[in-house]
Ligand binder design. Structure first.
Ligand code: PEP
Ligand code: MG
Length: 575
């Protein structure tokens, strides 16, 4: 959205508030976009000087990598950094780059761009996926080396020295895994919708965030003072004293509200008239820290965390240990493990995926697992083995119909048979369920409910597919309508279909974490809601203020309305 004011350096930019809150801090402009390299030739006679510059840059880049590896406490990350260091020692790569500097008289950065890109391109075509995945590492090293050649410092989100508001084009899952929540006070992105993965991450850490701010990278200089109002969706560059004062008051007001809501945290989820609403948490790491009395179950374990920050595919043993750790931390509460959901906007380094025209409509999640059975089997074996250590439920994302469900179940049976052959234990009665996030399955929820033990509604994807609006595309944000009449009808039918068959159905999309969304879902028939831990207090507080009858009446009123705007007004949500 466009700038709406300019007064000296002061500038007000607007976007979508995707994680509520208010912050004031300096801008931290983040993101190695593709570095700009012009293919310049230097004048003859300076070969030795340019070669020396290249060698110096290689040395500095290696030092940087060694330092990062030393500082890292994550073994997988340290291994990636060491692998990157080895790329900088690759004889062939160095010789060819030197030759481009010497013979073609290319500036070192241009020689690196040319030669490293050629290598990465060749590797990407390899049939062996492990070799193909190495092209991403070469490109990472290329960016680092070019930056060093250009004399620019690295910007990192993992070790920040002061409080900042991160300004980026979009934060990818790989960036956000390393984000230091203690110093990141706000996030502003050019791209991204309200349910893009960076928005979800911001909410899960309680970091105020505004997405879809047009041209923010060109307009906000690194280090400039920003006031971020992620309630109204404003980003103010170099705010006035008066604006700073308003921000401080807004922050105090929010803190007051939060501390009131926090009183509900340890109480069980229930409506005013005492109807129990099970409250679950969505978890993206084996090391989550949420006190047991705050939640009833883990409604969504996003297993992608094992793949996103790693240069090698996680082994069965690694996955087994991670899942077991989650089960132990959950202390006997049900843990809903979602099988691999990559593709779409999630493209891990460790797995080369061909570029697709419409990745959200393509080879994603369960479909990718069917196309790569070895990946799926490894995860299923690990999950089944872990099932011996707690109450593990297994859930398939992006199921599109009964065919997908039956095929997924046949893989589970095969994995069980293989474990038995190997004498390994697992829970033979493990519950099998699906995410309801594709309209074809939501519309046939009655059929699906016959096939599975449970379901969880992924309103983030369901909205994008029902409304045909890419959840990451800011141009489509206005069309991405989680509260549209179409969604309400569909949700009500899904709850009824599973309810009639006595099969548990949860909601683990972001709608469940919004206080008004939670009330509406309860009114539409949901009795299990799973959300980012940061949303627990607000949702429990909202549920405690209404009776089930009131929630039903509210949902009924909403069901009579014709547009999302009317529905949001009826719910009292600002838009
Ligand atoms: C969803 O689609 O609603 C969901 C919970 O899954 P994710 O956001 O990880 O796609
Ligand atoms: Mg989803």
């Amino acid at each position: 959205m466009a700038e709406n004011n300019r007064d000296g350096r002061r500038l007000v930019l607007t976007g979508n508030p995707v994680s509520q809150g208010i912050a004031v801090a300096r801008a931290y402009v983040y993101g190695e976009r593709e570095p700009e390299v012009c293919r310049r030739h230097y004048e003859p006679g300076r070969e030795a000087e340019k070669l020396e510059g290249f060698h110096r840059a290689v040395g500095l880049a290696k030092e940087e990598l060694a330092r990062l590896a030393e500082e890292s406490d994550a073994v997988a990350w340290a291994e990636i950094l060491q692998a990157h260091c080895m790329i900088l020692e690759d004889h062939e790569l160095l010789l060819r780059t030197e030759s481009a500097v010497r013979e073609e008289r290319l500036e070192p950065e241009a020689a690196v761009e040319k030669v490293f890109e050629e290598f990465a391109g060749l590797l990407a075509q390899a049939v062996d996926p492990l070799i193909a995945a190495r092209s991403a590492d070469i490109r990472d090293v290329k960016k680092r080396l070019i930056r060093v050649c250009q004399g620019r410092e690295e910007r990192r989100l993992s070790r920040l020295e002061q409080d900042v508001i991160v300004v980026a084009k979009e934060l990818l899952p790989g960036d956000t895994a390393a984000l230091d929540p203690a110093h990141v006070k706000g996030i502003v992105t050019e791209d991204g919708g309200c349910n893009s993965h960076s928005a979800i991450l911001a909410r899960s850490h309680g970091i105020p965030a505004v997405a879809g701010v047009a041209d923010v990278l060109c307009r906000v200089p690194h280090g400039a003072l920003l006031a971020l109002d992620a309630v109204r969706g404003q980003v103010i560059l170099e705010p006035s004293e008066e604006e700073l004062d308003l921000c401080r008051k807004g922050q105090e007001e929010m803190l007051r509200k939060r501390s009131m809501e926090d009183r509900y945290l340890s109480r069980p989820g229930a409506t005013k008239d005492g109807v129990s609403i099970e409250v679950g948490i969505n978890v993206e790491s084996a090391r989550f820290e949420v006190p047991g009395e705050h939640y009833d179950y883990i409604g969504l374990l996003r297993t992608e965390f094992l793949y996103m920050g790693s240069s090698a595919l996680p082994s069965e043993e690694e996955q087994f240990q991670a899942y077991k750790q989650v089960l132990i931390r959950a202390g006997g509460k049900p843990v809903t493990l979602r099988t691999l959901d990559i593709g779409g906007d999630k493209r891990p380094h460790c797995l080369w995926l061909p570029k697709e025209e419409n990745p959200f409509l393509g080879n994603r999640a369960l479909r990718l697992c069917f196309a790569r059975p070895e990946l799926f089997m490894t995860q299923l074996r690990a999950a089944l083995r872990a099932s011996a250590y707690g109450d593990l439920w297994l859930m398939f994302p992006m199921a599109g119909g009964i065919e997908d469900i039956r095929l997924a179940k046949s893989y589970v049976r095969e994995a069980m048979a293989r474990l038995e052959e190997g004498g390994l234990s697992y829970n033979p009665h493990i519950r099998l369920g699906i995410m309801v996030e594709v309209p074809s399955v939501a519309l046939t929820a009655d059929l699906a409910a016959e096939e599975v033990d449970f379901a969880s509604v992924g309103t983030n994807d369901l909205t994008q597919y029902v409304c045909a609006a890419d959840r990451t595309n800011r141009e489509a944000a206005a069309y991405y309508r989680s509260y549209s009449p179409a969604m309400l009808r569909l949700l009500e039918e899904v709850f009824a279909a599973f309810g009639e068959r006595n099969k548990p159905v949860s909601v683990c999309g972001e709608m469940a974490g919004s206080p008004q969304g939670a009330v509406l879902l309860t009114g539409l028939g949901a009795r299990k809601l799973s959300m980012s831990p940061a949303c627990l207090a607000g949702v429990k507080a909202a549920l405690a203020k209404i009776t089930v009858e009131e929630a039903r009446a509210l949902a009924h009123r909403c069901r009579q309305l014709k547009t999302q705007e009317e529905i949001l007004d009826c719910l009292g949500v600002g838009h």
